[in-house]
Design a protein around this ligand. Sequence first.
Ligand SMILES: Cc1ncc(COP(=O)(O)O)c(C=O)c1O
Length: 400
Amino acid sequence: MTFLSATLDRVKPSPTIAVTNKAADLKAAGHDVIGLGAGEPDFDTPQSIKDAAVVAIALGKTKYTAVDGIAELKQAIVAKLKRDNGLDYTAAQVTVGTGGKQVLYNALIATMNPGDEVIVPAPYWVSYPDMVLLAGGTPVTVPCGIESAFKMTAEQLEAAITPKTKWLIFNSPSNPTGAGYDREELKALTDVLMRHPHVWVLADDMYEHLAYDGFKFCTPAEVEPGLYDRTLTVNGVSKAYAMTGWRIGYAAGPEMLIKAMRKVQSQSTSNPCSISQWAAVEALNGPQDFLVPNNEKFVRRRNIVVEMLNAIEGMECPVPEGAFYVYPSIKGLIGKTTPNGVKIENDEIFATALLEDAGVAVVFGAAFGVSPNFRVSYATSDDALTEACKRIQTFCAGLV
Ligand SMILES: Cc1ncc(COP(=O)(O)O)c(C=O)c1O
């Protein structure tokens, strides 16, 4: 008999957190490392949101709250879903958790039975397949390569659905590619789902507000109202409001599912931090004016990175619609050798050599299910990005 759970053997630790930690360790040891691995904005949380948290502390809002969120926050979420997405929900259809991550996990724990399949288009956010495995389900990944701009087609979705499919996890704009589905592309997928009434949609809208060049964000329940009764719309304040450390995420969906998710949370963490909840009320109800200048910065940074990476022979970097990631292909560099004699056989070797030889931390594509690629998070300063891309250029020019 082993002490540790056999379920844990099926999952791996988050590779993005591992890269971030490795880069931090190297930095702490005095190495000159530029980290392009972290999935969080470098902006500070807006002052009005911080102020709301200070007020909450002063007013003694420091006790347990209702398990899945205070009424004021649920009301702010109801209003947000109506305002931004044209979706009608009641507070009873809303749940709040410790980050979008917990909300997604609750949904899977609440619904997975052995044999249940979850369709996960790849490249995927690293946690989806492992969360499905932890919950006892089976992830069915669908590779969506650079040739389809990393997006799943209706044919691919149709082919992946079986009688055992319970969920499709849909994420747009995407981590790790930044790819966003426009209304027509999403409608093609929801049309398929309308023909398969046993399949539910887990819509991860975490990067909703980070959309560029006029790209119009849309979400499945809005594009196809016929899916309303089998969609869980997940979102949070981490990315758009630069609140990753505050840990507030939320979801809206059928009450029966929300109740089941609350049950999971009631026996694990109980309520998300009371003070963070009050800060999130301000984030959703307060002024949204910082979103535009923040996005302008992100677009400028995206353009710097795309241009500099596309100047590298053997690399191809598509221009994404949103989020703060690019996902270049290194197909043309596979098989080359570094000056230290390391053969670039895959993207993991590439990323390791890039970190060790050039001091740039990126996450290798295999972690996200599509290779040979790597993910750059451009949520850092223009200067750091320019320097990092110069180093990547020099590193690649040195490959023979
Ligand atoms: C696609 C996606 N979904 C969900 C999350 C979870 O965000 P949080 O738990 O910070 O709300 C992340 C964070 O990286 C993400 O990239």
